[in-house]
Design a protein around this ligand. Structure first.
Ligand code: GLU
Length: 281
């Protein structure tokens, strides 16, 4: 049986791009007689707001989407992130880092999918771990895991290349876990068999596949769908004025009709849908 999920972070209101992501995940599950889960990724206490999560739940109901089981709140799972980090630490794969953004900007030379690649300043150094972030020693992790492959339903088989990210942060100073660690562990805990999300997160799956290998987690399939973009090719974003679903809902728009329009890629003027393949930010 297939099980998909929609996993929004409650740090802003949902817009049409999120609606499309939720519909893709929902419909793929329903078309195959499977299950669709809603997981609220609320571990970043400084940026997450309960009222935004509540608005998201209302938005999804308004779109006519139903999920199976109770809503999963990532903030209830903190223990599992710490346990996984302990395991990676015992394997000698994590190191503490106290570098600031400015330190990294001054020393980094290369870019990866998430921005500047960490130049490895704290690797092998005796750094006080109190209040530090913890980074993955990527070269060592890749060596231990060996060659890995993963499968995207649209883009086909992929060789995992997590090294393009460098030594990523897995435990953050200000939040209990990074997106990569929390999402990978939760997809396993939730029994997700098909990870559906936008093609802007395609590269993240290289890292998630590596973490699955290191932590002996089941390996799902992926479906990185196309993104709704503006005329200039940029993704929708609240900060650039893309209307929120909550605004449309309060203005009396018909959510189910909107969902059906998105299913047929019928978009408001000026917006288009990219293919899921080969997206780079
Ligand atoms: N919380 C992430 C986001 O909103 C989820 C990404 C995912 O589906 O893995 O971007």
């Amino acid at each position: 049986m297939i099980r998909t999920r929609f996993a929004p972070s409650p740090n802003g209101l949902l817009h049409l791009g999120h609606a499309y992501a939720a519909i893709v995940a929902h419909d793929l599950a329903r078309q195959h007689g499977g299950e669709f889960l809603l997981r609220i990724e609320d571990i970043d206490a400084a940026r997450s707001r309960t009222e935004l999560a509540e608005a998201m739940i209302e938005d999804l109901r308004w779109l006519g989407l139903h999920w199976d089981g109770p809503v999963v709140w990532q903030s209830t799972r903190l223990g599992s992130y710490g346990a996984a980090a302990d395991r990676l630490r015992a394997m000698g794969l994590l190191y503490p880092c106290r570098c600031t953004r400015a330190d990294i900007a001054a020393a980094a030379t290369d870019h990866g999918p998430d921005g500047l690649i960490y130049p490895g300043t704290c690797r092998g150094r005796d750094v006080d771990p109190a209040g530090a972030a913890w980074r993955l020693d990527m070269a060592r992790a890749v060596e231990i895991a060996g060659p890995l492959v993963w499968e995207d339903e649209l883009a086909g088989p992929q060789h995992a290349t997590p090294e393009i990210f460098g030594d990523i942060v897995l435990l953050r100073k200000e939040a209990p876990a990074s997106y990569h660690l929390a999402a990978t562990l939760d997809d396993a805990a939730d029994g997700i068999t098909l990870v559906t999300r936008g093609a802007d997160l395609f590269a993240a799956s290289h890292v998630h596949r590596l973490l699955q290998a290191l932590l002996d987690l089941p390996v799902p399939r992926w479906h990185h769908h196309g993104l709704i973009v503006e005329g200039d090719g940029r993704k929708l974003a609240k900060r650039r004025g893309s209307p929120s679903l909550a605004d449309m809902r309060r203005d009396g728009a018909d959510g189910r009709a909107l969902a059906d329009a998105l299913r047929h890629a019928l978009l408001p003027a000026g917006l288009s849908l990219t293919t899921g393949i080969g997206w780079t930010t």
